[in-house]
Write a protein that binds this ligand. Sequence first.
Ligand code: GLV
Ligand code: MN
Ligand code: MN
Length: 442
Amino acid sequence: MSADAPGHPVPGPGVDEDKGATGAANSSAYDPAGDWQHPLWTSLLPIGRDEATGGYRRYAFSAAEAACRDWFRAAAADRGLVTETDRNGNLWAWWAPPGAAPGGPGAVVTGSHLDSVPDGGAFDGPLGVVSAFAAIDLLRERGLVPVRPLGVAAFVEEEGARFGVACLGSRLLTGVLTPAAAAGLTDADGIGLPEAMTAAGFDAAAIGPEPERLDRIAAYVELHIEQGRALEPIGAAIGVAASIWPHGRWRIDFTGRADHAGTTALADRHDPMLPYAATVLAARTAAAGHGGRATIGKVIAEPGGANAICSAVRCWLDARAPDAATLDRLTGAILDAAAASAAEHGVAMTSRRESFTPVVDFDSGLRERVLAALAAHGIDAPVLPTGAGHDAGILADQLPTAMLFVRNPTGVSHAPGERAVAADCDAGVRALAAVLEELACR
Ligand code: GLV
Ligand code: MN
Ligand code: MN
């Protein structure tokens, strides 16, 4: 793989070049076949899966997501954990030390998310939640008991697939997103977040930051499928996160003039599809030129007649780069090109940033403890930067956070083809248990 591929080996956001091929002694049993048969995994797999595509459509506050919540509560209840839902709809399940209150202070939390992108893979998010419960099982099998509360969390709308803002649940929890801003969010059908929450049985008026909850958490550790292919070439089953590239989403609207496809002379057209097309190409060129990533993966052509010029084209730009200054230059170049092409074609253009996450450098002290705990269990995990966003990155602003990655043999993610092999999923559970033992049981 070249440096141009996100999350890929050398160099780029998927691997720490200092570790490279030498930090990889954790992978003796790599078996390219075999699906994970853990009962928690197989019970979650059918929920929200589209039969035709094989991808997942687990959107926030949908029926599929409600079924995922039921699965979470059942998994917690089976383990005697106390479940609660916070003001923002995030789920928490607690294993408290004898005599201690669930939820802290000094709590250690692990988890991830259960929602998906459109036709997402099975692993992005759910692997971290399943592994959290499975790691608790493993600690219990070993006769370990936490000395501080140990929690499992599942955050709402991490992908932003329904309301456009990634990590919605953790942004509301931390106050990075205000309740007023969240209340103004709408989905593709024009349904507002408050309406969707109310329909799903939540109190939409209660959303907002919970500093007292965050104060009670000493550390958050998220296990996640690797989104890229850095671990496989170096023979490592498990990696540890160093940082997350700054990234964001921009909505761009091109408004032109609807007209007849056969009779409107080329010179008379105000076709919004033309600056849209120029923007797609500009994104690719700018990403290559700036060493970043820029993707337009969602577009709406209105009204969408095959024999008509569109009245409007709306698209979403996802842009990421190694540092803030590069991201600014990258997005500036793309939006400038979009504006120039819109002007050339007599089309109006507006753009708006919908979601943004600054660079995240995970807590180095916690990372060293994680690496030491892994090493004590014979796991030598390479340290990798990533181009993907995570709730751990949002929480990192307010408490020490760390991430473990489980090898993705193909690197495919945000697609039905995403996978991890059974042996690596088991290795992930053992790695997470080692970390939780160190953080919560000593
Ligand atoms: C989430 O996975 C993202 O990086 O967008
Ligand atoms: Mn994702
Ligand atoms: Mn994820």
